[in-house]
Design a protein around this ligand. Structure first.
Ligand code: SER
Length: 316
């Protein structure tokens, strides 16, 4: 079947890379990029683009009607740190936007929907190490509980409407092509920019704050693998744990020092994002993803750091 793919939130950290990857696989004209903002240069010049606000139901309906997508990737969201500054707006965008897409996907018989969840669905009473797929979940950020509620809606639409929805609980994502969008894990991207530009960085998370992270190459591959897997292999319709690589700011700084020996790391101790990070898992158990659809990580900390520095240096 010829695919028609709609990516909503194409300008963001994931969208920027996913659109290019999907266009490489399916062909430029098969992938419609859309965002609430004007397209980035790379996306505007590489294929179809639509301005879309997921909260504008009529306009979104028109876009579904116009393209009749076979696959939709809903990436528009407000992340954890920004969400705490704009809690109602985060809830509205993350929740109402999802429900609009789920309803239109059912109405227009979209074959597959991808929607990202996050490690933010876990909370202070979840097991912190090797956090299992199923456990106590008491997220205390608006972003976290909007994602947890979204997971419930995803499974609900699968059960009640037969919608083939697939999801990943992404760890913090690290890439050189696009900026992160206001999350708690953003330090792990900013550090590379500052290391190359200034040779030093002040981390807003403390030296020993371990968090699960993932290189964007792996995250994009995971997303496409999950979407390509036969439907019967997708046993979890809420969202799959993905472990990635767990490290602390101090460990990341040490790895960067192997490439930039003069790199200096400092720490600010007063950032509200610290409390968010402290409520999240330090490492994740992703055995379900490995068993169900054959997930395998490629980038460990040294490989990710080397690749990130090499590529970022060329575009800064
Ligand atoms: N990286 C996101 C954040 O920090 C988590 O999904 O908000």
């Amino acid at each position: 079947m010829s695919e028609k793919i709609l990516v909503i939130g194409a300008n963001g950290q994931i969208g920027t890379e996913l659109v290019v990857a999907l266009r490489g696989i399916h062909g430029v004209d098969k992938v419609v990029a859309s965002d609430i903002n004007n397209p980035t240069y790379a996306i505007r010049n590489s294929g179809p683009y639509e301005l879309v606000n997921v909260l504008d139901k009529d306009n979104l309906h028109h876009i579904f009607d116009k393209y009749r997508p076979t696959q939709v990737y809903l990436l528009a969201a407000i992340l954890s740190a920004v969400g705490e500054q704009k809690p109602k707006m985060a809830w509205d965008l993350n929740m109402t936007g999802l429900i609009h897409v789920l309803d239109f996907a059912v109405e227009f018989k979209t074959a597959k929907v991808f929607w990202p969840s996050s490690i933010a669905v876990f909370g202070p009473h979840s097991p912190q190490f090797n956090t299992p797929q199923y456990c106590v979940m008491d997220p205390n950020t608006v972003y976290g509980f909007s994602k947890l509620a979204g997971e419930r809606w995803a499974e609900y639409y699968f059960v009640k409407h037969g919608l083939d929805i697939r999801s990943i609980r992404y760890p913090g994502l690290i890439g050189w092509k696009a900026s992160p969008g206001g999350g708690t894990t953003d330090y792990a991207v900013h550090i590379f920019h500052e290391a190359l530009k200034k040779g030093k960085y002040e981390s807003f998370l403390s030296a020993d704050t371990a968090l699960p992270m993932m290189y964007m190459e792996d995250a994009i591959r995971a997303t496409i693998n999950l979407m390509d897997a036969p439907a019967e292999q997708i046993k979890i319709r809420s969202s799959y744990n993905l472990a990635g690589i767990s490290f602390t700011p101090a460990q990341l700084a040490d790895e960067i020092k192997k490439h930039i020996p003069s790199f200096e790391m400092g720490y600010v101790n007063t950032d509200p994002r610290q409390a968010i990070a402290d409520s999240w898992p330090k490492s994740i158990d992703d055995s379900s993803a490995r068993q169900d659809w054959g997930w395998k990580l490629e980038y460990d900390l040294p490989k990710m750091t080397a690749d990130m520095l090499e590529n970022l240096k060329k575009v800064l």
